[in-house]
Write a protein of this length. Structure first.
Length: 626
């Protein structure tokens, strides 16, 4: 896996050039180069690199693909898209999204009051805003205020109670107006159709959101009774995030299309749009046999356009405008998490660590002989002998017949023999050899928190593409487990035979080694948790000018320790006072040292929680270099 599956998940966004992984755009800078430039500015720990041109690429591709499908089928409805803010609300992302999407009148979707404030302040007038999720009168009131500002805003009814609130707010806002102003109204339907995979529960009769057929008819009658049918213009459904299979979508489109047509024929003449929700899948797989998506965007667009057109024709209604709310597809590829490797925990299993004696115990001497004489023809036999000797020697240690040096030599020699046997027998992919890989896997301690930066890996076992930033001219050889720096055993991306990751055997005393985690731009940031009080990593936006030169902008450093404590509602003033007081009152500290310690503690408090080490290799107290 020398290219780390880049041809599967990379979408031509990155390219390997000689030794490094580079951005496949403009001047093609390497991720290593960008990382080193940022670190030279004094920023340590993990870095989140954002690439607005990749947001633009996804939006361009989405709109152009639907435009092509519309032209091919002669479709008369329009295509619109909004970005669901729940996927990523961070300012550096949202500002870039709005900036690169203006030519398409691309809008935003909000599911809470705070998200709605972002939407009505950031969305250009005329671009659509959709408002989903459960709402109270206050949130519906914000929708009316947005409409009065001139926004093209649609409030989606999730239940009968919301419709009653809409009627009350409508009366309140238009009581003294000769020209009533109201947001458009959408209705979310609870389909029989469901998606597949871990997010399938978004659809089906047991789903959290949407109106049943009975409730739908009741809503229709209430709108008709209150002369608000002219405000009903959208049918909305959603069958799940990360739809890896196209078949459930086709079934849902037929169901929703027929509901749309029935309402139109029933008298909802203003109804003119179907919102197919999100779910457009991203390919996270690094291996051919683990691909997550069985369709291309062109097939997705063609199916939507064709099925909506066929239903409209057969029912004699106008072809609806199509809305999508695909956020993962737009956001996932735009960011890369880069984290330095701090330590390789199994490097003690090297020849240089052996402590041979003038007279070794017989079984250990046999291990030395096995290691020195192993070859292709005897590798399996010697491997079995070594494993048998190890069990015997560990028993001898427990009984007190051999010492710690003997035990250390046993562990190192058996590990080296296993490595060499696997290399010699690499063309024999037996279950035994696969199990033994677990014995020799290298543990890479990486300066990041999986809970903060990859919560979907921890919570949902969602895999993300991982690769080093350099050494790509040589094949990696170490079966790798990645350990984060939290004190939690779940903070590990373990070696997985179904999704194997191999990294390079590097000497961290001589060079730095960085690992990149890709496709992290959707959900990971906002769902990240402050486990162990590790915070959002330092972030930077990488922009390219017309000449193709890159610029590192909008650097935001990870929160310092006091800011983190302040977020948790600790009184940082009291903490500050307590630290000063305890240093001042300590009789074990001299007056001169007190001032020195106060200076040091304030320096430490100004830093973030991630491990910060010296730029010069080999100069850290911990003995790690990143």
């Amino acid at each position: 896996m020398k290219n780390f599956g880049l041809h599967i998940w990379g979408d031509d966004n990155f390219v390997i050039e000689d030794d490094t992984v580079n951005i496949n755009h403009a001047s093609n800078p390497s991720l290593l180069q960008l990382t080193q430039e940022i670190r030279e500015k004094g920023y340590k720990g993990p870095l989140l690199l954002r690439f607005p041109h990749l947001i633009q690429k996804q939006i361009d591709t989405l709109f152009s693909t639907f435009a092509k499908a519309k032209k091919e089928f002669g479709y008369r409805g329009n295509f619109h898209a909004v970005f669901p803010l729940k996927v990523n609300q961070f300012p550096n992302f949202v500002h870039s999204l709005i900036e690169v999407s203006q030519t398409y009148r691309y809008g935003l979707e909000a599911g809470s009051k705070a998200e709605l404030i972002i939407a009505i302040t950031k969305t250009p007038l005329g671009a659509p805003i959709t408002v989903n999720g459960f709402k109270d009168k206050e949130m519906i009131g914000l929708c009316f205020i947005g409409a009065k500002m001139g926004h093209n805003i649609t409030v989606t009814i999730e239940g009968i109670g919301e419709l009653k609130s809409i009627l009350e707010v409508y009366e309140e806002f238009n009581r003294n107006s000769d020209t009533p102003i109201s947001p458009k109204i959408g209705i979310r339907i609870r389909l029989h159709s469901t998606g597949i995979g871990m997010w399938a529960k978004s659809g089906g009769y047991s789903s959290k959101f949407g109106l049943t057929s009975t409730e739908l008819l009741e809503v229709y009658e209430i709108l008709k009774e209150h002369t608000l049918l002219e405000n009903l213009w959208m049918v909305h459904f959603h069958i799940g995030s990360q739809m890896g299979d196209i078949a459930p979508l086709k079934k849902a489109l037929r169901e929703a299309g027929n509901i749309y047509a029935d309402l139109k024929r029933r008298g909802a003449h203003a109804l003119s749009a179907i919102n197919i929700g999100g779910g457009l899948a991203v390919e996270y797989a690094q291996h051919q046999h683990t691909r997550e998506r069985n369709y291309a965007l062109s097939e997705f667009a063609n199916d939507v356009i064709y099925l909506m057109q066929e239903i409209a024709k057969s029912k004699g209604v106008d072809e609806p405008d199509i809305f999508t709310e695909s956020g993962r597809y737009i956001a996932a590829s735009h960011s890369v998490l880069v984290a330095p490797v701090l330590e390789l925990f199994s490097q003690e299993y090297h020849e240089k660590s052996l402590r041979p004696k003038e007279k070794n115990p017989p079984l250990i001497q046999e291990l030395f002989d096995l290691y020195n004489t192993i070859k292709r023809t005897n590798a399996r036999e010697y491997l079995h002998d070594a494993l048998d000797h190890m069990e015997s020697l560990l028993t001898l240690f427990d009984l007190g017949y051999i010492d710690l040096e003997d035990r250390s030599n046993t562990e190192i020699l058996v590990n080296l023999i296993i490595k060499r046997a696997i290399s010699l027998l690499k063309n024999e992919a037996t279950d035994e050899l696969r199990r033994l890989q677990d014995r020799i896997q290298e543990r890479y301690l990486v300066n990041f928190s999986a809970f903060q930066s990859l919560p979907d890996f921890w919570g949902l076992s969602q895999h993300f593409p991982v690769m080093p930033l350099n050494h790509l001219s040589s094949a990696p050889t170490n079966p790798a487990s990645l350990w984060d720096i939290t004190c939690d055993s779940d903070g590990e991306i373990g070696f997985d035979h179904e999704h194997p990751l191999y990294l390079h055997d590097v000497d961290l005393n001589k060079e730095e080694y960085f690992v990149g985690f890709f496709l992290t731009g959707a959900y990971q940031e906002i769902l990240g948790m402050k486990h162990n009080l590790f915070t959002h990593p330092t972030e930077a936006v990488i922009r390219f000018d017309e000449a193709g030169n890159y610029h590192i902008e909008a650097l935001i450093e990870a929160q310092n320790l006091m800011d983190v404590l302040d977020d948790l509602d600790y009184d940082t003033g009291i903490i500050d006072k307590a630290l000063k007081q305890r240093i001042e009152e300590s009789e074990a500290i001299s007056p001169e040292e007190k001032q020195e310690l106060l200076g040091k503690i304030y320096l430490y408090l100004s830093e973030n929680s991630y491990l910060k080490t010296s730029q010069a290799l080999g100069e850290t107290e911990q003995g790690v270099n990143a």
